[in-house]
Design a binder for this molecule. Structure first.
Ligand code: NAD
Length: 441
């Protein structure tokens, strides 16, 4: 199959490289000339484990190419995927579909022969109808079928997720479009592909329902964590106790600083707007959004409290800035709100992240960036673990205690991911503060 992938970001680049790896001929197109120049020079514009090798190999094999121009690749394609961004629209929080519609218009002008146009971007219900309308309006003679194929990959594990997905949802209204989609994904499976074919609107909504459910699960355990702190219970044990029940499942039950990233915040908000517009508000999701928004700033207050009520003039060291480990993505990361809250309260903030500092420097110029975890902690009054990178899971606590500020009292370790054992941290001379854990529990 010949495939054009519009948008070479986290989703487009990973999907394009994986589809090429399945044997398809793929051209990834992006309107950002720097991104395409960097890809053509063999440099990855994003950090995603394994991506560099996958891209290099498929380029070498002649199955993967990059361009800023759609014309040729779209004309030759059997399937054109739209994988451009759909950020929150400023002001009302609805998904900004301008990138999708721009792409649709440009695709329309380049189509030739029967082509399936596939929306991989996360888009509100009904967007496929609008994409189809735009294409027909721009190119009345186009022989096209518009399909929804939402993407469920996770940054940090994107390649494995794309190659071995739990399911592939295809919203197609025509048999010939369904046949093309089955052919695109056929190489993934020797036997039965977990492809689920639905109506287009159903596929679009499935993506939002999945993200809202996962966001709700995180928010639920975060609120239970707060209750644990208030009543002297341990959220880690509660999560395990409920997660071992198959009906609940143990994933997404890790208490922490609130969800962030490029998907959950914007997708929950967009779903709330869609539901309000449809006259069927999703009150549960509305509450999830509100609770999570408040939580990030509350984490700054938690740090301040752990520091004895004031951080003015103190140095607070943060480990982990990205919204989760194994990515350089800083979009809507909890660290942004936590750092703003600490700076507002007069703290000097120093930070280290294995991959996120290039992006972080642009977003937070007033932070002092360190070379590694120990340089970050040196002389600091408090150390806050915000993102659970592997590199932070087995720090030398004795060394940390020695290099942190010692005005006689124990340095403070605020572990927003509960990766350290409270008793062991105390034995190493730290005043430990986790999430949803108390001394009594
Ligand atoms: P991204 O911002 O990393 O990439 C989008 C790319 O599209 C950018 O490089 C941009 O330059 C390019 N672009 C925009 N308009 C274009 C146009 N008209 N022509 C060509 N290129 C254009 O975004 P992303 O994180 O890859 O997300 C893409 C979509 O996938 C979003 O809808 C997102 O919600 C969804 N999604 C993301 C993830 C994730 O983990 N990032 C997971 C599942 C779904």
């Amino acid at each position: 199959m010949r495939i054009a992938m519009i948008g070479a970001g986290y989703v487009g680049l990973v999907s394009g490289a994986c589809l090429a790896d399945f044997g398809h001929a793929v051209v990834c197109i992006d309107r950002d000339p720097d991104k395409i120049a960097s890809l053509n020079a063999g440099r990855m514009p994003i950090y995603e484990p394994g991506l560099d090798a996958l891209v290099t190999e498929n380029v070498r094999q002649g199955r993967l190419a990059f361009s800023t121009s759609m014309r040729e690749a779209v004309a030759e394609a059997d399937a054109v995927f739209i994988a451009v961004g759909t950020p929150s629209r400023r002001g009302d929080g609805f998904a900004d579909l301008s990138f999708v519609f721009d792409a649709a218009r440009e695709i329309a002008g380049a189509l030739s022969g029967f082509t399936v146009v596939v929306t991989k971007s996360t888009v509100p219900v009904g967007t496929g109808d609008e994409v189809e309308r735009i294409i027909r309006e721009t190119n009345a003679g186009a022989d096209v079928a518009v399909v929804s194929n939402p993407e469920f990959l996770r940054e940090g594990a994107a390649i494995a997720d794309f190659k071995r997905p739990d399911r592939i949802v295809v919203g197609a209204e025509e048999a010939r479009a369904e046949a093309v989609m089955r052919e695109v994904y056929r190489p993934l499976y020797l036997n039965q592909a977990p492809i689920m074919v639905t109506a287009r609107r159903t596929a679009e909504l499935t993506k939002y329902a999945a993200n809202a459910f996962l966001a709700a699960k995180i928010t639920f355990i975060n609120e239970i964590a707060d209750l644990c702190e208030a009543v002297g219970a341990d959220v880690q044990a509660v999560a395990r106790g409920i997660g071992l029940d198959n009906r609940i499942g143990s994933k997404f039950l890790h208490a922490g600083p609130g969800y962030g990233g490029s998907c959950f915040p914007k997708d929950t908000l967009a779903l709330v707007k869609t539901a309000q517009d449809a006259g069927t508000p999703l009150r549960m999701v509305e509450t999830v959004v509100a609770v999570n928004d408040q939580r990030k700033r509350a984490m700054a207050r938690k740090v301040i409290k752990a520091c004895g009520g004031s951080v003015r003039g103190k140095t607070v060291a943060l480990l982990g800035l990205t919204f989760k480990p194994n990515t350089d993505d800083m979009r809507d990361a909890p660290s942004l709100a936590i750092i703003a809250g600490l700076q507002d309260a007069g703290a000097k903030v120093r930070a280290y992240d294995p991959e996120g500092m290039e992006q972080a420097r642009i977003l937070m110029p007033a932070v002092d960036y360190a070379e590694n975890a120990y340089a970050c902690a040196e002389g600091a009054d408090a150390l806050v673990i915000v993102t659970e990178w592997n590199a932070f899971r087995a720090l030398d606590l004795d060394r940390l205690r020695q290099i942190m500020s010692s005005d006689g009292s124990a340095p403070v370790l605020i572990d927003l991911r509960n990766i350290y054992d409270p008793a062991s941290a105390a034995r190493h001379g730290f005043t430990y503060c986790g999430v949803g854990r108390t001394k009594e529990s």
